[in-house]
Design a protein around this ligand. Structure first.
Ligand SMILES: Nc1nc2c(c(=O)[nH]1)N[C@H]1C(S)=C(S)[C@@H](COP(=O)(O)OP(=O)(O)OC[C@H]3O[C@@H](n4cnc5c(N)ncnc54)[C@H](O)[C@@H]3O)O[C@H]1N2
Ligand code: MOO
Length: 412
């Protein structure tokens, strides 16, 4: 017998399960071609091949401190009361490429990052000397190896430093540069046309009449596309007219990998997206989820099309659930999904039967908990800005008591 608070309910028969629609969307997009780009143009892109280090890091033994290169034996008895005085034979700034050897009984003045001279086995920081230029008085003994950064202790020449499928952020680009890669093979970022329709929509910044609203899905989805490492082109205020819709769309079809629309897909009298694509290779379905029930996906004149619902929260949540993973995979990402965690609810929660609910939440990683942010309504846009995750409530779970473990997708 299932417990009272976990009534078993399947996805309603007329609705397509979330997993099925995810698979349909994923199947639309293929990996973008590989191209070579200079490092400065690779931020956020995905590496297409393993990167092996051409050189070791550090490439040579070098000083970790500004000071003096010495033989540890020579300064073994040094103290503030009885300093060891050595003649300074050479000055070795960072970037000096010859290697003047150190003779026993002498010191080389050396700077951080400069190559350790052959014959030296320790660095004395300038603070433990008198800072002399001709002769230096050393006030402290040093162990052999002190303040020397050894060649290859970070990376060995030939080692694989980055794997194919890695998203290139600041650290990855820094490492690639450090091992001498000037260009990297990356997947071209998928190009997405974001198209929003609706006669009620007004450009933000312009005056608003009663009955009108500011267009927000276009800018939001284009930003989500860019955040997913893709390039977005934004086409807004396309009128609710099928001919005008096609006229606006057609010039872009040859240059994009995906057309992503918002709005115009439910059951109203003016559903321009549905009217324009119905019978043209795009299938319109109701998915067993909330928000985000009305969805469309298919291929129109050779170009993948995904139609998202117009309610703003529905639009962004559907983007997260269906579009983002497909785009990340197309961009070559080896881990295209958002990280998922299990977390305990800080309060009781009700969920509609037969539909998977995606509620906005705040995940506290330290406490292992998640709190509900805002209501379930798909027009409640403000909660998206204060949440950091989507709570995934199974279609079978209708009443969840405080402390129940749920899956959360970390969106920030
Ligand atoms: N009779 C039915 N009505 C509705 C159903 C249904 O099954 N039967 N589904 C509801 C659900 S669920 C959703 S979600 C919406 C989806 O509607 P559409 O995708 O057709 O979107 P619109 O009607 O064009 O707009 C819905 C809502 O969102 C606002 N909107 C639209 N585009 C934008 C934009 N670019 N920026 C800001 N806001 C936008 C629009 O003004 C509407 O308020 O349908 C339900 N109805
Ligand atoms: O499914 Mo709609 O997306 O709830 O508002």
């Amino acid at each position: 017998m299932p417990p009272k608070d976990r009534l078993r309910v399947r996805a309603l028969p007329s609705l397509r399960p979330v997993a099925e629609h995810r698979a349909a969307v994923a199947a639309l997009l293929s990996r973008t071609p590989v191209e070579s780009r200079p490092l400065a143009a690779c931020l956020g892109l995905v590496l297409a091949e393993d990167l092996h280090a051409r050189i070791s890091l550090p490439p040579f033994d070098n000083s970790a401190m500004d000071g003096y290169a010495v033989l540890a034996d020579d300064v073994a008895d040094a103290s503030p009361e009885s300093p060891v005085v050595l003649p300074v034979a050479e000055d070795v700034p960072a970037g000096r490429t010859d290697s003047p050897a150190l003779r026993p009984g002498t010191a080389h003045r050396i700077m951080t990052g400069a190559p350790v001279p052959p014959g030296a086995d320790a660095i004395v920081q300038v603070e433990f000397t008198d800072g002399g230029v001709e002769r230096v008085a050393v006030h402290q003994p040093k162990e052999p190896g002190a303040h020397i950064r050894r060649a290859g202790e970070d990376v060995r020449a030939g080692a694989r430093v980055l794997g194919a499928g890695t998203r290139l952020g600041a650290a990855e680009l820094g490492l690639a540069a450090a091992v001498g890669a000037g260009e990297l093979p990356v997947h071209r970022p998928p190009r997405v046309l974001v198209l929003s329709t609706g006669s009620e929509l007004v450009e933000p910044g312009k005056p608003l009449l009663h009955g009108q609203i500011y267009e927000s899905n276009g800018v939001m989805l284009a930003a989500a596309v860019e955040q997913a490492g893709c390039s977005a082109e934004l086409l807004r205020f396309v009128p609710d007219d099928v001919e005008e819709f096609h006229a606006a769309l057609t010039p872009h079809l040859s240059t994009v990998d995906l057309v992503l629309t918002s709005g115009g897909v439910s059951a109203g009298a003016y559903e321009v997206v549905k009217d324009a694509f119905s019978g043209q290779g795009v299938e319109f379905v109701k998915v067993a989820m909330q928000p985000g029930m009305p969805q469309g996906a298919g291929v129109y004149r050779g170009v993948p099309v995904i139609t998202l619902p117009g309610n703003p929260v529905s639009s962004l949540v559907s983007f997260e659930v269906f579009v983002r993973p497909a785009l990340r995979a197309a961009a070559g990402d080896a881990s295209p999904e958002r990280p998922a965690r299990r977390a305990r609810l800080t309060e009781a929660l009700r969920s509609a039967p037969g539909k998977r609910q995606y509620r906005r939440g705040f995940h506290d990683a330290d406490a292992g908990t998640v709190s509900v942010v805002g209501g379930p309504g798909s027009h409640l846009l403000s909660a998206l800005t204060t949440s950091n995750c989507l709570m995934e409530i199974d279609e079978n779970d209708t009443e969840l008591v405080e402390g129940t473990e749920v899956t959360v997708l970390l969106t920030r």
